[in-house]
Ligand binder design. Sequence first.
Ligand SMILES: NC(=O)c1ccc[n+]([C@@H]2O[C@H](COP(=O)([O-])OP(=O)(O)OC[C@H]3O[C@@H](n4cnc5c(N)ncnc54)[C@H](O)[C@@H]3O)[C@@H](O)[C@H]2O)c1
Length: 353
Amino acid sequence: MAEKLGVGIIGVGSIATMCHIPGYQAIADRVEVRAVADVVEERAREVAAEFSVPRAFADYRQLLELPEIDLVSVCVPPFAHRDCAVDALGAGKHVLCEKPMAMNSAEAGEMIAAAESAGKKLSVQFQTRQTPQARLLKSKIEQGELGRIYFARAQYLRRRGIPSWGMFHSRAHNGGGALIDVGVHILDLTMWLMGSPKPVAAFGSTFDYLGRRDDIWNSFGPHNHAEFDVDDSAFACVKFDNGAIVNFECSWAANFQARAQQQLTIAGDRGGAQVFPLKLFGDDGDALYDIEPGPFEELDYKAQHRAAIDRFVDAVENDRPVLVEPQQARAVTQVIDAIYESTESGGLARIGP
Ligand SMILES: NC(=O)c1ccc[n+]([C@@H]2O[C@H](COP(=O)([O-])OP(=O)(O)OC[C@H]3O[C@@H](n4cnc5c(N)ncnc54)[C@H](O)[C@@H]3O)[C@@H](O)[C@H]2O)c1
């Protein structure tokens, strides 16, 4: 049997302890979590003890020196994604980076260049792609059932769900708010299902009216409104090189009812679909029909992460393509950059190569 792959985890806050470490430990016959690192050294030590991980460091570069580490999960806040990923790739490790890929597309480009020059795999944790509904729809689209896709309505909406822990309220730590935090998930899913056309322009606005208020109810408890300098919502129209359009909406907080957190409708010239829940819209020449496929295996949030981690490990083990190609994740950062640019300029933001 092949030797197990050694895993290192950089940043052991909530996503690492809730999803990444358990995700790797669920496939303990194939991988072993051998080290963790966190700037808060005590936390690194506590997490190492809790999950029986042999090594703990305050400086992630010490973790990267270990020859027994083959791949790392980057689970630090976005401001540190680029440095951790570039250093890890430079040290010859494969990298699974948490979303958003980086603070902006320039940083994402640096990460891709580092992966290419190291010849190592780089991917980003967009676990929603692993839901059975998304996978079925992707295969229907690849079989041509929707034809040419030219429109999508993509929503990730919380009526009141401003993160109240960590540094999510801080632009310096995250590069933005709802748009870069949760908007990335639905943008990635949408662009992937559409066949990854190249985004060419965006026109939109972000807002912070609710996030700055101290008198709103929040499902995650009181948030840091005093230091809130990011967006609580973003709305935009994004255009792609094949002419396709995505109408995009996301919020941590907004004054409307959100039926489900994520909603996605896709229209092609042969058929259409919505994803949450999955429905396929068709026309057989005599009549219209709607199909509700299912039942599906329920894949909760942690199980989605487990499946995405399993898929990344498989890509490393067997030198197969990663599920989330880094260029696809970079394209999402380009759209985000463009929406922030359009907000600032008041005009259309064009997206370069
Ligand atoms: N895929 C998802 O659905 C999902 C969900 C939640 C969070 N995330 C992403 O995961 C990342 C981490 O989020 P979180 O909620 O776990 O944050 P968190 O604040 O709970 O944990 C981050 C940890 O990183 C540590 N850290 C910060 N800088 C570091 C550095 N330079 N070196 C080592 N450790 C460092 C912090 O001390 C902290 O323990 C973010 O990018 C976030 O967007 C993704």
